[in-house]
Design a protein around this ligand. Structure first.
Ligand SMILES: [Zn+2]
Ligand SMILES: [Zn+2]
Length: 255
């Protein structure tokens, strides 16, 4: 039957996305335990829910990715290339930037759209049920939201030529930033976050503020759209949030 290779590719990609999530979130959760031992205390039920939604999202991400990967291998679909000479070398960083900027633009507008009250209840409240989010919340999305995220890269590979290694880098950045931005502490140095680069780049301190305020800071990688549209609400403050968590953890252990 001709459908089997497609099905196999979709299942394999689902497994890859799921395992990638478990390894990355697991590693960051472990780093959190070392750095802030009490930060996730009392959040065990929430974390189980985050893992459940994230693994469901892995299937939603894996299906289009698997179909496109199959089409690339079997029929030469997509503009993914493997020969380093196919484009000039300067195109490598340019393609990386093009993918990140396009993904960021898509994310900003779909995310902002999902904050409209009616749609929020259907599609986006699952992601905001994590209060505060943990490293396991990186893919904690309702299936509707997961679909909006899952189609981006599989669509872009048909439009913008990209070397397969740069595509791997795009996916790695997407995964690390997705996990890092939710883990409840900042992994980047203060000089970067509060310096000139931090005025344009999104890290955990920026996205945490989105989760704290339920509005504003809708971007993914860059603060460009938030600044251009007046939705940038500035950087969050982890120290206050950490103090609150310490008290919550104390209250839990007193019971
Ligand atoms: Zn949101
Ligand atoms: Zn988030």
């Amino acid at each position: 039957m001709t459908g089997w290779p497609i099905l196999f590719s979709a299942l394999a990609m689902t497994a890859i996305v799921g395992v990638r999530y478990l390894i990355t979130s697991g590693a960051f959760a472990f780093a959190t335990k070392l750095k802030h031992p009490r930060l996730y205390r009392g959040l065990e039920r929430q974390m189980r829910r985050e893992v459940g939604w994230s693994l469901a999202s892995a299937a939603i991400y894996g299906i289009p990715a698997g179909i496109v990967a199959w089409g690339w291998q079997a029929h030469g679909w997509t503009r993914i290339y493997t020969n380093w000479d196919a484009f000039p070398l300067w195109y490598l960083p340019l393609s990386l930037l093009a993918y990140l900027l396009t993904h960021d633009t898509w994310f900003y507008w779909t995310h902002r759209w999902m904050h409209r009250p009616q749609l929020f209840r259907i599609a986006h409240s699952v992601h905001h049920e994590s209060r505060p989010p943990t490293a396991w919340a990186a893919m904690s999305f309702h299936p509707v939201e997961a679909v909006t995220g899952a189609v981006v890269i599989p669509a872009l590979v048909f439009l913008i030529p990209i070397h397969v290694a740069v595509l791997g880098l795009v996916l790695a950045i997407m995964t690390v930033m997705g996990v890092g931005n939710h883990m409840g502490w900042e992994m980047f140095p203060r000089a970067l976050v509060h310096g000139p680069a931090g005025r344009w780049l999104i890290t955990a301190t920026h996205h945490e503020q989105h989760h704290a305020a339920y509005r504003g800071n809708y971007g993914l990688y860059f603060r460009f759209w938030d600044k251009a549209c007046g939705t940038d609400i500035g950087l969050g403050d982890f120290s206050a949030a950490h103090r609150r968590r310490e008290h919550a953890a104390d209250a839990c252990s007193d019971r």
